[in-house]
Design a protein around this ligand. Structure first.
Ligand code: PHE
Length: 343
């Protein structure tokens, strides 16, 4: 009897430790323990060696053991049917998954989205165009005919294979493409990358990003331009920011202006960022030149419009406290992962 008890104990341990693996299957378990020549059968046979007064107790024990083995077999079969046991590395579906590394938005994109979302609320739609442009869209149509001195305002990259192609120096080329479509009125925003042949340093780069805006309709006036930009500035830099327009020159607008806001670092009292002037220039603007409208097949006697253009990097540098323009294009993850704003 003692012996029988010990045996059952040993078997139970073995069964508890059993798991399905590459080399043992549920069927093998069944054959070993419950088969016609299996261990359960064999141990049942030991009844005959048990003293008569212990037979009842032994019978109970053996029955319990048999049920125990059958229970284990059912359990193994159940998990096999659920498809969870086919390999040694049973997958625990309740474990949390490995987190995927999540990127963050680029600060230039964050700033672009902010600018775009403000104008979208005024009904501006977004348009994009090619970065390799022909001379007409980048210069000619914008009232900059060949040999016009103002072409030197922007140092241009030309494409070797085709003397008519340039890397666009501003997104004004997209304004031309929109006007050429002939669908009026136009209320468009053109964000994009532009290229200029400038030495790469902390403050200038051979490519950067702009957002330009264009509004063409009947009776659009300079007052509309000012009101639109006032709204933008208040949304972007806060209600207390002051604005000033300075007369300027762009071949594609007449009159032209540059717009300054009170320095958002020092509030106008003068600091290094605003070079002690209290003002920071943020954009160029003006009324679309009648020649530009005619170049695009729009009647300048019927339609007028305004345009504006601003860089994205500079406001992004000021907002996020970035002091070197090159950081934006070096793709250093340690730099990029610091910007986690929602837009
Ligand atoms: N295209 C000009 C630039 O790149 C900006 C601008 C756009 C100015 C529209 C006036 C009107 O500097």
């Amino acid at each position: 009897m003692e012996q029988l008890l010990n045996k059952i104990e040993v078997y139970k341990n073995e069964i508890n430790a059993f798991s399905v693996s590459d080399t043992t299957t549920v069927e093998e378990f069944r054959i070993k323990w419950l088969g016609t020549k299996g261990i359960v059968k064999e141990i049942m046979g030991e009844m005959k060696n048990v003293a008569p007064d212990k037979k009842k107790e032994a019978g109970q024990l053996l029955n319990e053991f048999k049920q125990f083995v059958e229970g284990k077999y059912d359990e193994l079969k159940g998990s096999a049917d659920n498809g969870q046991q086919s390999t040694a590395n049973t997958i625990d579906l309740s474990l949390p998954g490995d987190p995927l590394p999540l990127g963050s938005r680029h600060p230039v994109v964050l700033m672009r989205n902010r600018i775009v979302s403000i104008f979208q609320r005024l009904g501006f739609a977004v348009a994009e165009g090619p970065e390799i442009e022909d001379d007409w869209h980048n210069f000619g149509a914008l009232n900059l005919p060949e040999h016009h001195p103002a072409r030197d305002m922007q140092d241009t990259f030309y494409v070797q294979q085709n003397p008519d192609w340039v890397l666009r120096t501003h997104t004004s080329s997209v304004q031309i493409r929109e006007m050429e479509k002939g669908k009026l009125p136009i209320r468009m925003l053109m964000p994009g990358r532009v290229y200029r042949n400038e030495t790469v340093s902390a403050r200038s780069h051979c490519f950067f990003h702009q957002v330009e805006g264009l509004y063409i309709d009947e009776n659009v006036s300079f007052a509309d331009l000012k009101q639109t930009l006032y709204f933008f500035v208040k949304e972007m830099y806060g209600k207390d920011v002051k604005v000033r327009f300075r007369p300027s020159y762009f071949p594609f607008t007449e009159p032209s202006a540059e717009m300054d806001v009170t320095c958002f670092i020092c509030g106008g009292s003068g600091c290094n960022i605003c070079k002690k002037t209290g003002w920071v220039e943020i954009l160029g603007c003006g009324m679309v030149h009648p020649n530009v409208l005619s170049n695009c097949g729009i009647d300048p006697n019927k339609y007028t419009g305004f345009a504006f253009g601003m860089g994205i990097e500079r406001p992004a540098m000021l907002k996020y406290g970035v002091n070197d323009l090159r950081l934006f294009s070096e793709n250093d993850v340690r730099f990029l992962k610091q910007f986690t704003s929602a837009i």
